[in-house]
Design a protein around this ligand. Structure first.
Ligand code: HEC
Ligand code: HEC
Length: 76
């Protein structure tokens, strides 16, 4: 997403008080590298994490796109 749009989205979120997901990354899939090896597509993630048929912990946000933007952080 272009930087200017990202900035606008951030302002919008702040305005709504929705700081929950803002700049806040979810748990990283690198905590479980064996399970997640070679997985890169959202559709693959949802095969195991969709709340209707979870194999792993279900996600509260199956409608999000780009799962790895928030779930591929280095483990600190
Ligand atoms: C905008 C960032 C963002 C995106 C995009 C995103 N997530 Fe998350 N995710 C989070 C955050 C923050 C949490 C921790 C808070 C929570 O559980 O809702 C989380 C938690 C989770 C959890 C752990 C739930 C638990 O109970 O332990 C799973 C599984 C998950 N996400 C899967 C996904 C999948 C699959 C996708 C893509 C369809 C996705 N996420 C997209 C931010 C994101
Ligand atoms: C083959 C099934 C499978 C696929 C595909 C898969 N996962 Fe997972 N995932 C799991 C399982 C099972 C766990 C739980 C591991 C454990 O707790 O030991 C897990 C754990 C997680 C967690 C950690 C939840 C927590 O509470 O710590 C996140 C986040 C997550 N997966 C996101 C993703 C994302 C994003 C993708 C796509 C890139 C993905 N997963 C693809 C099975 C899968």
């Amino acid at each position: 997403m272009p930087a200017v749009m990202r900035f606008a989205a951030v302002l919008l979120l702040l305005g709504l008080g929705g700081c929950y997901y803002l700049g806040m990354h979810g748990p990283s899939i690198r905590q479980f590298p064996d399970i997640h090896a070679g997985v890169s597509e959202d559709a693959e993630c949802l095969e195991c994490h969709h709340p209707d048929h979870p194999v792993g912990p279900p996600t509260s946000h199956p409608e999000f796109v780009g799962c790895l933007k928030c779930h591929n952080d280095d483990i600190r």
